[in-house]
Write a protein that binds this ligand. Structure first.
Ligand SMILES: [Zn+2]
Length: 294
């Protein structure tokens, strides 16, 4: 399942491929259910004639603002010293939200490139390439909305947002009475920390997944925030250095070299060798060391 690092790698890949500035000229979907849309945006075909203005991410949600290419927008740079920005904001016509869920991935294809095996959607671009969505399970979501708030409302700050401080993390987490593992997975508290990354960070900092969040010291919570960011950054570096043969990031099995914890009860703790234990929190299994984590 793609987590925050996979989605950030995907975002950077789309930027590298020059998706921003390209206009959609044709849309082709294999699966009618691939796309939800709001009234007035014209559904799938309503995407034609729209240009990608940016590629943003919050947690695991990709957010792509779109501008209508033939829109006649008055240029009013006098409104602000940052004239370009004013002009850009006035152009934004819709926002395409992409969520990969369990098995979704994206690729920018050259005309001669073979399609993905489980291609669900192709957006043909004005430079003859196409953006494809591959999704074996068909759970990925593609939504066209008027503004980005639909995708981010109720979501906490992004776990990798450089502006997200240890102090803010401590403030958000220390008021919770739930086990810390459940708090870390709650996207309303913090967006983008997945199950395996939460387990890794808790082992490194030495906090038991069962510990009530409001009973962890501020110093420990600050260390936890730094560790989470470090674990996510490491995973991102690993994913970016292991692209497929086309230079595209892909979903890497959760259990690989970038992870320290064997996800199996009874397996040895990577730090002390004690047998790891498993425990469920809201349907997600946590693996932890009873000796290292308290
Ligand atoms: Zn241990």
């Amino acid at each position: 399942m793609p987590e925050l690092p996979e989605i950030e790698a995907l975002r950077r890949y789309l930027l590298r491929e020059g998706l921003v500035g390209r206009t959609i000229v044709e849309v082709d979907a294999d699966w009618p259910g691939v796309m939800d849309t709001v009234d007035g945006m014209g559904g799938l075909s309503g995407l034609v004639g729209h240009r990608f203005e940016g590629i943003e991410r919050r947690g695991k949600q990709l957010i792509l603002p779109l501008a209508k290419v033939d829109a006649e927008i008055p240029i009013t740079p006098a409104l602000s010293s940052d004239g370009d920005r004013v002009q850009n904001e006035r152009h934004i016509e819709g926002v395409l939200g992409l969520h990969m869920e369990m098995t979704g991935r994206l690729g920018i294809m050259d005309p001669e490139d073979e399609s993905f095996r489980y291609r669900r959607l192709s957006l043909y671009l004005d430079d003859e390439r196409r953006l494809e969505l591959d999704d074996m399970r068909r759970w990925a979501s593609v939504r066209l909305e008027k503004n980005a708030e639909v995708f981010t409302s109720g979501m906490g700050p992004d776990a990798l947002d450089p502006g997200f401080t240890a102090a803010e993390f401590t403030e958000r987490v220390s008021v919770r009475r739930s086990p810390i593992k459940s708090v870390l997975l709650d996207q309303k508290v913090l967006a983008g920390v997945g199950n395996i990354y939460a387990d890794e960070a808790l082992l490194i900092v030495g906090i038991s997944p069962s510990r009530r969040a409001d009973r962890i010291s501020a110093t420990k919570l600050e260390a936890l925030q730094e560790t989470i960011a470090g674990v996510l950054e490491n995973a991102l570096a690993f994913i970016e250095s292991h692209p497929d043969e086309h230079g595209r990031p892909y979903v890497i099995d959760a259990q690989d070299d970038r992870m320290q914890i064997p996800r199996k009860a009874g397996a040895p703790c990577p730090q002390c060798g004690s047998a790891l234990r498993a425990k469920k929190f809201g349907g997600r299994t946590a693996y932890y060391c009873p000796s290292c984590q308290h």
